[in-house]
Every structure is written in structure tokens, then in C-alpha cells.
Design a protein around this ligand. Structure first.
Ligand SMILES: Cc1cc2nc3c(=O)[nH]c(=O)nc-3n(C[C@H](O)[C@H](O)[C@H](O)COP(=O)(O)OP(=O)(O)OC[C@H]3O[C@@H](n4cnc5c(N)ncnc54)[C@H](O)[C@@H]3O)c2cc1C
Ligand code: SF4
Length: 361
């Protein structure tokens, strides 16, 4: 993706000085991705109050199966170009100055933080990616003290990098892509994916906000719901159906490449160079979910053990033949092999117990 992104920057002359990046450096990821400080309160998200009852009634009358909690008289998403431009202006004014810094951060009951929530407007073509990128660059040019370059570059990369890359993968790989299941995962999604009724705080928060707002930000989709689905060996068809049904911005070309590709590694590495999985350590590093959870982030086995911990090692153990040679994860196998046999057995038994009781987690 990085070389694709650099090509896009060059081809479209975005933040470039001739053939070189305007600041001499392509990527500012190292300056970004911090945890939200404990008492930090982000500005309230701009939401609309659109009356969409006519469309809503039509859907209900047609017997279309729905999930989530739509408020048809106060629909929060932009429904036209004017509102999409308002949302963009709000993002640039209030959120872009901290976008990169808190891009991967998660906090209970903070459903949008500094994210743009502009994907729905772009995917439905109410606003074009070019004008979103140009508006952000113009704001930075006007006031580089207010919007630091690392915040801007992080945002631009998401759109002309990741978004366009996914579009390319879709048109290059479909229709074969939709049948890919690299790990041959066969399990069903737990029932609580549809209700949010789980004791796992990170999943409860992410699923409930998805049901309420049709939105979760990228790291919640990737490292909370996606991470759990991959560790639990859920069939990618089930995972795809859930993501396609729940998010306001879900349109197949950008949903399936992210879900089956980036999140579930079902394509065997076309999109991502390694599976995105983690134990509680990463979730706790980037969020404030663990402190108030029923489970304990530090415990690996026993009643209060965080399910991510044993499922994580179980995943690596199960897929050693497919993954051990991947240079980006060879280290994990070195750690696993050095673990005492009794500890390994306890972890695998704990994971199996959780998989057998997945609806009760
Ligand atoms: C499992 C999974 C499923 C996803 N499904 C969708 C989907 O159905 N539709 C969708 O538009 N995005 C999807 N994404 C990508 C990303 O999560 C959303 O684009 C983003 O959360 C939208 O919110 P935002 O506008 O606030 O994004 P911001 O965080 O503000 O980012 C700005 C823009 O960058 C673009 N972007 C960032 N990351 C990606 C990415 N990985 N792929 C494509 N565009 C990206 C989006 O257009 C987004 O609007 C998915 C990601 C994952 C991990
Ligand atoms: S302890 Fe585990 S389940 Fe609970 S919030 Fe942390 S990572 Fe999620």
C-alpha cells in the first residue's frame, strides 16, 4: 500500500514538490496514534436531525430485515450535498487538528472522537474524495500552526492511499475474492454480535454504538470486532454479512476488501502482510475499555481471563503451518515455542472453553 500511496501522491501531485514529498518525508505515522488521555473530552460530534420516516416506513412495509436502532425522525447522517459539506467543514475546523494523534484511540461512549464520518457521503457520491482532500490541504495551507502536517498527511493517506487501494483490489480480484477463506474458518458469529449483550466491554461498546449510529471507526472495526471474529474462527461469509448490514458506509467494494482482506486475512495476504490480531495488551494500550470490564486484561486462564488472551495464542497454534514462515510474525512463534508445555496446554484449553461457550461471553 505504501508504494501505491506514493504513486498516487506523485500522479495526482498531492503534497508534492516536483517528484519529492513537500516536507521531504512521505509518511508521518510515527507521530500519530496515541491513546486518549484519561480526562480528555473530545468535542461533541455534529449530527443532523433528518426526517426519513417516509423511506423508513417503506422499508418496514416491504418486510426488509433490519438491525440496529434507527431514529427515522432524527436521522443523524447527512442526506444531501449541503449537509455533507457542512460535515466536512465541521471536521476540518474541529477534528482535523487532532485527527492523526487520536486516529487509533478508543474510549467508552466516545463513538466518533476526531474521525471525519465522511465515508457515507463519499461512498454515495454526495461529495468527492478529491474535494475532501483538497479542502483539508487548503485548511492546512491557510493555517499550518492550527493543523500540523502530521495530522493532514495521516488523513490524506487514508483517502488517496487506503480508500483507492481497496477500490483497485476490488476491481482486480472480484468475483473470486468473495469466496476466499484462507484459514478455512467455519464458525458462526456469536448471537451477541446482533444485540451487543456481552460482558466483554470493548465488544459491548463497539457493537452497541454500531447498532445505535451505524458507525464505528477503523480501529474498532479492525481490532475489536474484526480481531474477535478472526480469533474465534468465524466463517468470512458471516463476518461479511455482518459488516455489510451494520455500517452506514457499507458498500461492497470497500466493505469486502476491508473485511475479508484486511480484517480476516481470508485472502491469504493480498491486502495485508499479516493478520491483524491482538491479545488484550494492544486493546488496553489504545483504549480505556479494560479498566471497567468484567474480564481482566492481565489474566490468561481462569474465570475472569480476558478471552482475547487465550484465543490469540490458540489462533497462532491452529495456523502454524500457514503462518510460521511469515517474516512479520515469526517472532510470535519463537515466543510460543519457548512457553512451558503446561502453560500452552492451559491456554489452549481456556480458548476451547471460550469457543464452546461463545454465546455466553
Ligand atoms: C472490517 C472493516 C470493514 C470496513 N468496512 C468499510 C465499509 O463498508 N465502507 C467504508 O467506507 N469503509 C470501511 N472500512 C474502512 C474504514 O473503517 C472506514 O472507511 C472509516 O471508519 C469511515 O469512517 P470515517 O469517515 O470517520 O473515517 P476517518 O477515520 O475519518 O478516515 C477518513 C477517510 O479515509 C478513508 N479510509 C480510511 N481507512 C480506510 C480503509 N481501510 N479503506 C477504505 N477507506 C478508508 C475513508 O473514506 C474515510 O472516510 C472498513 C474497515 C474495516 C477494518
Ligand atoms: S479485558 Fe479483554 S474483553 Fe475486557 S475490555 Fe479489555 S480486551 Fe476487551
Amino acid at each position: 500500500m505504501e508504494s501505491f500511496y506514493r504513486n498516487m501522491r506523485t500522479k495526482h501531485n498531492v503534497l508534492m514538490d516536483g517528484s519529492q514529498p513537500v516536507t521531504g518525508k512521505w509518511n508521518y505515522d510515527d507521530d500519530n496514534r496515541k491513546k486518549i488521555p484519561k480526562n480528555h473530552v473530545p468535542s461533541a460530534p455534529l449530527v443532523f436531525k433528518n426526517d426519513v420516516s417516509e423511506v423508513y416506513d417503506e422499508l418496514i412495509l416491504s418486510g426488509i430485515k433490519t438491525i440496529g436502532n434507527c431514529q427515522p425522525k432524527a436521522f443523524i447522517w447527512p442526506v444531501n450535498r449541503k449537509q455533507s459539506l457542512e460535515l466536512l467543514a465541521y471536521f476540518i475546523e474541529d477534528c482535523l487538528p487532532l485527527f492523526g494523534t487520536f486516529q487509533d484511540a478508543m474510549a467508552p461512549n466516545q463513538w466518533s472522537l476526531y474521525h471525519a464520518r465522511i465515508s457515507f457521503s463519499m461512498n454515495t457520491k454526495m461529495i468527492s474524495p478529491k474535494e475532501v482532500v483538497n479542502a483539508a490541504i487548503a485548511a492546512w495551507e491557510e493555517n499550518p500552526e492550527r493543523i500540523a502536517y502530521n495530522q493532514l498527511e495521516g488523513f490524506v493517506r487514508q483517502i488517496i492511499g487506503w480508500r483507492e487501494y481497496m477500490r483497485g483490489i476490488y476491481w482486480n480480484q472480484m468475483p473470486a475474492y468473495q469466496t476466499k477463506n484462507f484459514f478455512d474458518h467455519q464458525n458462526k458469529l456469536p448471537e451477541w454480535f446482533w444485540t451487543g449483550e456481552t460482558k466483554m466491554n470493548c465488544l459491548k461498546d463497539t457493537i452497541n454504538q454500531s447498532l445505535d449510529y451505524g458507525y464505528a471507526h477503523h480501529i474498532q472495526r479492525l481490532m475489536i470486532t474484526g480481531n474477535f471474529a478472526l480469533l474465534a474462527g468465524i466463517h468470512p461469509d458471516e463476518v461479511d454479512a455482518w459488516y455489510l448490514g451494520i455500517y452506514i458506509d457499507a458498500i461492497e467494494w470497500v466493505e469486502i476488501t476491508n473485511t475479508r482482506g484486511m480484517s480476516q486475512f481470508a485472502d491469504g495476504g493480498i491486502v495485508a502482510t499479516k493478520p491483524y490480531v491482538s491479545s488484550a495488551t494492544y486493546i488496553d494500550k489504545m483504549s480505556h475499555y479494560c479498566g471497567t470490564c468484567y474480564y481482566s486484561k492481565a489474566i490468561k486462564t481462569g474465570e475472569k481471563a480476558c478471552p482475547f488472551n487465550s484465543l490469540y495464542w490458540n489462533f497462532y497454534d491452529q495456523h502454524e503451518a500457514l503462518l510460521a514462515k511469515n517474516p512479520r510474525i515469526g517472532m510470535m512463534y519463537a515466543v510460543w515455542r519457548k512457553m512451558a508445555p503446561a502453560d500452552k496446554t492451559a491456554l489452549l484449553e481456556q480458548a476451547q472453553y471460550y469457543l464452546n461457550h461463545i454465546n455466553e461471553l
